[in-house]
Design a protein around this ligand. Structure first.
Ligand SMILES: [Zn+2]
Length: 91
């Protein structure tokens, strides 16, 4: 039996994705979670896992992504950031 692979959103595992830019094969848009970027091709088991993960950790995933976009180069946790600010004010 050949397992079919499905193109899905890597963030939420949804198949509800659209190819938004014909000139750019890697740019997709997810109608379920508003993700844009490359999609992944997986089999059903992985798809289910991603969907489950999205259901359980939706907020964490969204927050993480938000932070990533806010400062892509500065990958600091809140604690590290506070420490940095403390040092700045000490000087
Ligand atoms: Zn999605």
């Amino acid at each position: 039996m050949i397992k079919m692979k499905t193109k899905i959103c890597p963030r939420c595992g949804s198949e509800n994705i659209e190819w938004i830019i014909p000139q750019n094969w890697s740019m997709w848009s997810c109608n379920n979670c508003d993700y844009t970027g490359p999609v992944i091709e997986v089999d059903e088991a992985v798809e289910k896992q991603l969907q489950e993960n999205w259901k359980n950790h939706k907020n964490e995933i969204l927050n993480k992504n938000k932070n990533d976009e806010d400062d892509e180069e500065d990958d600091l946790s809140d604690e590290e950031l506070e420490e940095k600010l403390d040092k700045l004010f000490d000087d």
